[in-house]
Design a protein around this ligand. Structure first.
Ligand code: F6P
Length: 476
């Protein structure tokens, strides 16, 4: 591997920022990957010209590194059985439900764990190969929790950061994981472990104390180095954000504003457009939202023609049973709502099972009077921040679940407990009826907050902490 190029900054995530997709006619193309992680990291990578190590979204793809948008992408292959066990299995049917308050029951299978270990080792090896001496490697998310330790074992010269994009569960739930010690040992290989919320960092430190008895002095964890001393690991909250300016810029484009007007027209110019935008995931509270909206129609508080709910549910993890079942339930509910309440000219729910380009999403945000983010548990929820960033007109109402990380910052939203259907209905009605002056006051405060902590600030705060932490541990 003498011709390998080495990089001073390496990001490692399960997915690359682009997925390779093959169209029905056999042509292959690259498509932006789903989810908030890519939204957040893309601008960071563009600014740093580093390498990004990740999977290209298809089985058995052995591809050489290539350059895309100023970053070098280093594909890591996964076999069909690894996709089944490491990605769909351990990542998304064990860790995902366990870390999201066991909203769905997590499955524990030893062969899934074995595959998780093997694939994490492959990501660690690929990262070690492209990292220059003394480089900074930033590992992302729950799919790769073992990578920090695996990397440190091979390359003690590296500075290693880890960021968890999803919640970290309370110990009472985390303790269910048969491999709970190995996962924490994996994470403690990092110099800095970042979480979305203060509560997540607290849950992690508590788990370390309960399982290992290591001393903690928030935000530091003292990890014995085997030589009678210790390494300090920082575990701290760094709430993630978005590239606010780029959303504002799109929102100001005349053609996007025109598209927003056209969307309103196409929906029959109702007085209120409510909007939900989610990956189709059981953590997002889509069923709760539909239930509340359906009851408002049933009670006569809202009426079709006057109000419509647009629900974008982008396809996600479609081979995992819990996701298939959720899709069936949601589509049955939407069908029932429309069957009962729609007229020839007006739908109750406009349901769209697609992903859309960013410009179309921004037009939808501009068209929406009320944005519904009713997650039952969510690391951050960048959709809430995107909506706020796009509302340069200082209008629109955000209804936000207190169980989304964004609620820690976006206190001027209408905060709801989505399990409380009556409370959710009240908040939806309050949003529909909110006077213009209050909408503006709230949106102005929300916008200030989102602009103050944009994604550039998130990454620079994390990377500064990492630089500082490593400098200190190096000095010992
Ligand atoms: O942050 C949660 C997350 O799992 C990211 O890691 C991922 O990019 C996104 O959601 C989409 O999920 P998936 O890669 O499983 O489609």
């Amino acid at each position: 591997m003498t011709d390998t190029i080495h990089y001073d900054f390496v990001v490692v995530s399960n997915r690359l920022p682009v997925d390779r997709v093959v169209d029905p006619d056999g042509t292959a193309r690259w498509q932006r990957s789903p989810g908030g992680l890519v939204t957040a990291l893309e601008p960071v990578m563009r600014a740093s010209r580093g390498a990004w190590v990740g999977w290209a979204g298809q089985p058995d793809l052995e591809l050489a590194p290539f350059v895309s948008d100023d970053a070098t992408l280093v594909p890591v292959p996964l076999s069909p059985i690894e996709i089944e066990r490491y990605y769909e299995g351990f990542s998304n049917d064990t860790l995902w439900p366990l870390y999201h308050d066991v909203i769905a029951p997590p499955s524990f299978h030893r062969e899934w764990w074995e595959s998780y270990v093997e694939v994490n080792q492959r990501f660690a090896d690929a990262s070690a190969r492209v990292a220059a001496p003394g480089a900074t490697v930033w590992v992302q998310d729950y799919q790769l929790q073992l990578v920090p330790r695996m990397l440190r074992e091979q390359r003690p010269d590296l500075t290693i950061g880890f960021f968890n994009h999803i919640p970290f569960p309370p110990f009472g739930l985390y303790a269910q994981l048969p491999w709970r010690k190995q996962v924490i040992e994996g994470l403690l290989g990092a110099d800095v472990i970042g979480f979305q919320r203060v509560a997540d960092a607290g849950n992690f430190s508590r788990a370390v104390r309960r399982l290992f008895g290591y001393a903690t002095r928030t935000p530091e964890i003292h990890v014995p180095d085997g030589l009678g001393g210790h390494r300090s690991v920082i575990a701290k909250a760094f709430p993630i954000s978005i590239d606010v300016e780029s959303f504002e810029e799109i929102a100001r484009r005349p053609e996007v504003q025109e598209r927003a007007r056209q969307i309103r027209d196409d929906l029959g110019n109702p007085s209120t457009i409510m909007l939900g935008v989610d990956r189709l995931d059981y953590t997002k509270g889509i069923r709760h939202r539909l239930k509340a909206f359906g009851e408002l129609l049933r009670d006569g508080t809202l009426s079709v023609g006057d109000a419509v709910l647009v629900q974008v549910a982008s396809p996600s993890r479609e081979r995992v049973a819990a996701y298939m079942q959720l899709r069936d339930e949601i589509e049955l509910t939407v069908g029932r709502l429309n069957g009962t309440y729609a007229t020839i000219s007006h739908s109750a729910v406009a349901y769209l099972h697609h992903g859309y380009p960013r410009e179309e999403m921004v037009a939808l945000y501009l068209a929406a009077d009320v944005m519904l983010v009713t997650a039952l548990r969510d690391g951050m929820n960048l959709v809430a921040k995107e909506y706020v960033a796009c509302r340069t007109d200082e209008d629109g109402v955000l209804v936000l679940s207190e169980f989304a990380g964004a609620a820690d910052e976006l206190k001027n939203a209408l905060l709801v407990n989505p399990h409380d259907i009556d409370g959710l209905k009240e908040a939806m009605v309050a949003a529909v009826r909110m006077p213009h002056r209050e909408r503006t006051t709230r949106m102005r405060a929300l916008r200030r907050r989102v602009r103050d902590n944009d994604v550039a600030r998130w990454s620079s705060t994390f990377l500064d902490t990492l630089r500082h932490a490593n400098h200190h541990s190096g000095a010992r």
